[in-house]
Write a protein that binds this ligand. Sequence first.
Ligand code: GTP
Ligand code: MG
Length: 472
Amino acid sequence: MKDDHRESIDIHEETAILVAVLLPTTIEEPDPLQELASLADAAGVRVAGRLIQQRDHPRARTYLGKGKVEELAAMVDMLKAKVVVFDNDLSPMQIKALEEDLKCKVLDRSELILDIFATRAATKEARLQVEIAQLEYTAPRLRSMWSHLGQVTGGAPMGVGTRGPGEQQLEIDRRLVQQRIVRLKRNLAEVQARRTREVAGRRDDHYTVGLVGYTNAGKSTMFNALTDGDAFEADMLFATLGTRIGAWNLGGGNQGLISDTVGFIRDLPHHLVASFRATLEETVYAHLLLIVLDVADPAAARQFETVTAVLDDIGAVDQPRILVLNKVDVLRNTVEEGRVPDDTLDAWLETNPDAIVTSAKTGDGLEHLTGVVLERMRGELREVDLSIPLAESKLVDLVEKRTEVLDRDYERPGEVVIRSRIGRRQLERLLAGGPRFLVDGMDGPTALATLWPEMEPPRMPRIPPHLALHPE
Ligand SMILES: Nc1nc2c(ncn2[C@@H]2O[C@H](COP(=O)(O)OP(=O)(O)OP(=O)(O)O)[C@@H](O)[C@H]2O)c(=O)[nH]1
Ligand SMILES: [Mg+2]
């Protein structure tokens, strides 16, 4: 084997063997390699073999036990595998030792995820995010970093990668990598500052709803069904990497903005979470979160845990969440196949009575979901008298269209008093045009505070320090 086999981690269309080491802390699953297989599939790898070992703790040098490494080496040889992918995260030293023993390229789970992200990154922002994450995670695991750098930057800088990986060269590489990371982060921070302002603006002007959930749960399909949008949906992990925003007609002249974004996965590499935080910003700042769950997936419970953990991690902790139990049309099949218990749906509804059952594919439950979100948007309704100068005919029109009008009174000259049932959000929207009318005889801010005293003004969530791009 040549010494430079790990200069790049490009694994597209290569023959691979998947390996999982199950520790006592690993959650039991019928097929421990199922998710890694889906990830490998999304990365375009051809899976030729699998190996699973149970251990009390990882072996320091190779993670896998000594005998199993020998067994794996024989498999690599026999199946002519070009790459071995571990479901566990490995240290740079472990990767090096394994590559020596197995005489082929070795990748860990985080690298596989990064690889998928790298091939999917379509926007400048996503590419910056992925490159930073790769430099921080993968670069220390490469023998010769420059050739890899050349790969991600699309040009081999100074031909350094052609040189042998001497210790001194590695030291120089390391410094150059650090410099590049700093530069990229600065770049990214600029792109993201602009974005943050846009996101905050959208939040001030509209009611925003964020679709979140495990990868492949059906977010993009739901987004398309609710918005006549054209988000990419595919039976593949991480089909979506960017964020998409669409108008959601909630009925009764009300409109919300809904966003579809990157899916979550367990053990998402921390570097990746940090650099993708801004992509998730649309979510963090949304007024309401819809957690989309593939209820027919045997791993649904663990996926739900992952999603709530990531939401906490990115600071999306203040807004209300609605659980959406999706793919209910598939559930009957999975129950019949014995892959999930037949009381699956009841069990979810027992612990989450407000959950909404849907099929984004057939459209079942989406009308109900829309109604529930509209209710949330309007908030609790109040009956108020709106005193509007007759000259403000547009405003009168808006009130007639957007609220439930109970009565109209033209007795006072130059003014109409409309008795109306209205939600806080609707009133805020009407007031946004300027203080041109009184509510129960009060000005706007006073009326809001008096009529909905229990509601605090929405807060912009904080960014947890460990996820800030520039931890100071
Ligand atoms: N039968 C059925 N299939 C669904 C449903 N919702 C989504 N799917 C399918 O599930 C697969 C994944 O859907 P996506 O909408 O791409 O999932 P996603 O959550 O956006 O996934 P990522 O972008 O990877 O995070 C696609 O093949 C969809 O057609 C559903 O309610 N029923
Ligand atoms: Mg998607």
